[in-house]
Design a protein around this ligand. Sequence first.
Ligand SMILES: [Zn+2]
Length: 371
Amino acid sequence: MSRHPELARRALLSAGLAVTAAGALGAPAVAAGSRSARGFAAPSISGTGAWDARSANGSIDVLDSKPSKIIVHHTATGNSSDTSQSHAFALSRQIQDFHMDSNGWIDTGQNFTNSRGGHLTEGRHKSLAALQGGSQHVLGAHAGEQNDVALGIENEGTYTDASVPGALWESLVELCSYMVSQYGIEAGAIYGHRDFMSTACPGDVLYARLPDLRSAVGSATGGAVVQPVVWPLLRPGAAGPVVSALQLLLRARGAGEVVVNGVFDAVTGDAVARFRRERGVAGPSCYASRVAEPDVFGGSDWARLVPVLGVDASGDAVRAVQVLLTARGAHSGERDRFGLRTAGSVREFQASRGLRVSGVCDRETWLRLLG
Ligand SMILES: [Zn+2]
């Protein structure tokens, strides 16, 4: 590690200058200033040896494929004011202990950890060497079905309403830029955990900064940024047509007790929890945070809930499509039955969003209607 990581970081960000790392604290730390294949300077990242990680309790899966996305988490631990590297190392050890001893995993779940002081560390063993090589991906345990295609970054703190420290932000931009550069990941393919699972992670504040993060990474790496369309996150107290649609879709799946009132109430929360339980996706969605969020609904759980609907379909799920179309100003005039006019409204909506125009409400159409 450089003795002056902040200086090195600023120099890299402002001028893209190569700087030399001094006083490496145990291998394998990346020398700041080493250049990736596409020209982006590597940030300083302390390997598992540097922070005295335990050995993995099993073999690490190193996939011969590149990850295609980055998933941002928060640790949901305290917002420490200790910005030292020793604190960052202690945090890395605490997370590893939790993941191995409480979750029963072979090693740390995420690939990398970022402290509030802006110190980057390797999470799961071999993740750093894989990133430096740029052609392999270490299978982590941080985001369910996404683990084999997504790098996971745990950011220290809880960002439900606290602001993101400048040092953490800078190191996050650097790490993501390096990942994008090494693997050819699209800068727009940086997501929050909630985009894939029913969790509030990485907190509303950090999540709201993801568009800025993508833009910063895009300008650092010279790539165009397409902001992604994502499933909405709904929590108790939420209100509006998307909640009505959720309630209708739950009713269509058998939750007849749910009243369609457009408010995420306790009955809706119970139905959501049951839906997740029945599909085996109950329990804490964000494994790092240990926080149970049984009545939160978002991410891929939507994909499990929405049916493909076309002409002649009927019932509450069709009503959900119609409610969403109406909210988008494309009222079909039909109710409960998927007739030709509803199909026409779906086609118009698909054309307006650049989707394949089929008149069938498929997953991509639901995503745009809900997102
Ligand atoms: Zn998470």
